[in-house]
Write a protein that binds this ligand. Structure first.
Ligand code: ADP
Ligand code: MG
Length: 625
């Protein structure tokens, strides 16, 4: 085209497109859900703007917030149109030529090696999946602030942008035209498209229509020759048709004046709605099946790995602040969950106000340590027609957050209660058993492996819920027999007269088991918790007590096992301890004491109550290096 401006793709995009275009990846279907998800995002954006400015929606058809799919079998074009926010020329260059998210090159590498494109949507590059099925793509877009433009590319390292002077004006929004590759002609079949929309885009909150063909019978005068553009279907003499004609004839015999007519098949088109736009969270939890929750999770998290979420909670909060919410514990932690923990606030909850999507970047909805949860909140209390910033400061967000935390922790506790491997569940109150025991077996250990660290960070950061979080804590101990155990289980095994909960910190269980600090405790049959994660040292600075019991690090001063009578010993060794302390000098030791914590080892270095344990010294050293 003569008015086209040429651009080169960012190198990373080019690489990604090469991988996609040469991919032997078999599940090419995913492009459709990516396009529909983009259309839905664009519609969310214009709907959000319309809350404060009705004008943005425009008039007539332009104001209809829907998604339309059309198939052109002759030209081999599949097109998808939305009346969303659209893209300006600048948007087209930026959004469909560069990758915004960092860390994408890691994804590109991973995709190259694994060949698995399924997770593409999670990396902000879903659009490019169109090149799985098309060799030439046109994006026609009209944004309220700009003219209509066409973006086009054959995935040859470059794209072109032209002011659109030849297509029908869109009013507002975007139309994507995929010129399908020869081997992707199946995407011109209506039935295929319908199946895909059902499968992947069930939870899109805007109507999705397809320009569906239908064979209809039309009556034409029998004496006239059929007009040539009305094709007569070869099966017009089928039995059904024949019967119809018979019926017609007998009627005709009665009606004298009526001119003779005959029926022919004609193809007509109409928009057919493909999805049910009733949001899942508005339905009663009793009516929603496990399968529906699982599928909803997949679409929400853009996680199409087929794995079931570990748990979910769907509830309605009533009172001053009313909202509905669905929370999910994903089956797996993302690789970078703790890497980016302190740098980014990856909010994973979507906020809706009265069914209107507002944002998925609200940090106020959940504390950082619960950012691994996915889900959504739909509030009836928050005001609709204010800016994001004003909403962010709204007082009811605090209440929502508080309730969400409670529900989230309940949901996690239930994973443990329903898990037959967790015997602690036994003495709890009635446990709802929904579903198969086998399915619940080992789920809490799985949860703990993926997200245990988040619970520990929660204990450190969330004083209000510390006790609830401590209940969720799991660890190994001298008596846990290689399995995970809990504080409640520890307490149930405490010896009579034992006041404190004993623990020891270090790099590994194997190393700790040999520790001289445990000699006597083991001999006397006391249980000692092993804390082997570096974060545990910090954790234990915050977790002072549980159910009225203090925690005692057995490598620190103050260890007491039941009743002790070492007054005489202390007296008789007084001279030795005194000599020893001077020999070591007070720069090195605070005190030299008689101890009853040892069995075979003659002496041991103990940390003072508020001092750093040897393990903590090690951690601090490795951090400053
Ligand atoms: P993501 O959707 O994760 O941002 P994509 O590669 O799917 O990544 O899309 C890239 C960007 O292109 C989107 O963020 C959006 O800004 C823009 N975009 C894509 N499709 C549309 C559309 N139908 N309407 C408006 N903008 C779109
Ligand atoms: Mg997308």
């Amino acid at each position: 085209r003569n008015n086209a401006e040429k651009f080169e793709f960012q190198a990373e995009v080019s690489r990604l497109m090469d991988i996609i275009i040469n991919s032997l990846y078999s599940n090419k279907d995913i492009f459709l859900r990516e396009l529909i998800s983009n259309a839905s995002d664009a519609l969310d954006k214009i709907r959000f703007l319309s809350l404060t400015d009705k004008e943005v929606l425009g008039e007539g058809d332009t104001s209809k917030l829907d998604i339309q799919i059309k198939l052109d079998k002759e030209k081999k074009i599949l097109s998808l149109r939305d009346r969303g926010i659209g893209m300006t020329k600048e948007d087209l260059i930026k959004n469909l030529g560069t990758i915004a998210k960092s860390g994408t090159s890691a994804f590109v590498e991973k995709m190259q090696s694994s060949g698995d494109l399924n997770l593409i949507g999670q990396f902000g590059v879903g659009f490019y999946s169109v090149y799985l099925v098309a060799d030439y793509v046109e994006v026609i877009s009209k944004h309220n602030d700009d003219k209509q433009y066409v973006w086009e590319s054959k995935a040859d390292g470059a794209f072109a942008i032209s002011e659109d002077t030849w297509n029908e004006p869109l009013g507002r929004g975007t139309e994507i035209r995929l010129h399908l590759r020869d081997e992707a002609q199946e995407y011109l079949e209506e039935s295929k498209l319908k199946e895909l929309v059902k499968k992947y885009s069930e939870f899109i909150n805007f109507p999705i229509y397809i320009w569906a063909s239908r064979e209809v019978d039309v009556e034409v005068p029998a004496d006239e020759d059929e007009s040539s553009d009305e094709e007569e279907t070869p099966d017009s003499s089928s039995s059904e048709e024949g019967e119809d004609e018979d019926a017609e004839k007998s009627e005709d015999d009665d009606a004298e004046k009526k001119p003779k007519t005959k029926k022919v098949k004609e193809t007509t088109y109409e928009w057919e709605l493909l999805n049910d736009v009733k949001a899942i969270w508005l339905r009663s939890p009793k009516e929603v099946t496990d399968e529906e929750y699982t599928k909803f999770y997949h679409s929400l998290a853009k996680d199409f790995s087929d794995e079931k979420p570990l748990a979910w909670s769907h509830f309605t909060a009533e009172g001053d602040v009313e909202f509905k919410a669905v929370l999910f514990v994903p089956p797996k932690a993302p690789q970078d969950l703790y890497e980016s923990y302190y740098n980014t606030n990856k909010a994973n909850l979507k906020l809706y106000v009265r069914r209107v999507f507002i944002s998925d970047e609200f940090d106020e909805l959940l504390p950082k340590y619960l950012s691994f949860l996915k889900g959504l909140v739909d509030s009836d209390t928050l005001p609709l027609n204010v800016s994001r910033e004003m909403l962010q400061a709204h007082s009811s967000l605090k209440t929502i957050k508080k309730k969400l935390i409670r529900k989230a922790l309940d949901m996690i506790r239930k994973i443990a209660e329903e898990d037959p491997d967790e015997s602690s569940g036994k003495d709890e109150k009635e446990v709802e058993t929904s579903g198969d025991d086998d399915e619940k077996k080992g789920q809490y250990a799985k949860f703990w492996n993926e997200f245990g660290k988040s619970i520990k960070l929660g204990i450190i950061e969330d004083a209000t819920n510390r006790n609830r979080l401590a209940k969720l804590l799991r660890f190994e101990s001298t008596k846990s027999d290689g399995k995970l155990t809990s504080l409640d289980q520890y307490i149930s095994r405490m010896k009579s007269g034992q006041k404190d909960i004993f623990y020891i910190t270090g790099t590994s269980k194997e190393q700790l088991e040999k520790s001289p600090f445990l000699e006597r405790l083991k001999k006397k049959n006391y249980e000692v918790i092993f804390f082997t994660d570096p974060v545990d040292e910090y954790l234990m600075q915050y977790l002072m007590d549980y159910e009225g019991k203090q925690f005692q690090n057995v490598s620190k001063e103050g260890l007491k096992m039941g009743k002790e009578k070492n007054k005489e010993l202390k007296e008789s060794f007084k001279e030795l301890t005194k000599w020893w302390k001077t020999a070591l000098s007070s720069d090195n030791v605070d005190e030299v004491k008689i101890s009853n914590r040892l069995d075979n080892t003659p002496c041991v270095v103990v940390t003072s109550k508020y001092g750093w344990s040897a393990n903590m010294e090690r951690i601090m050293q490795s951090q400053t290096l």
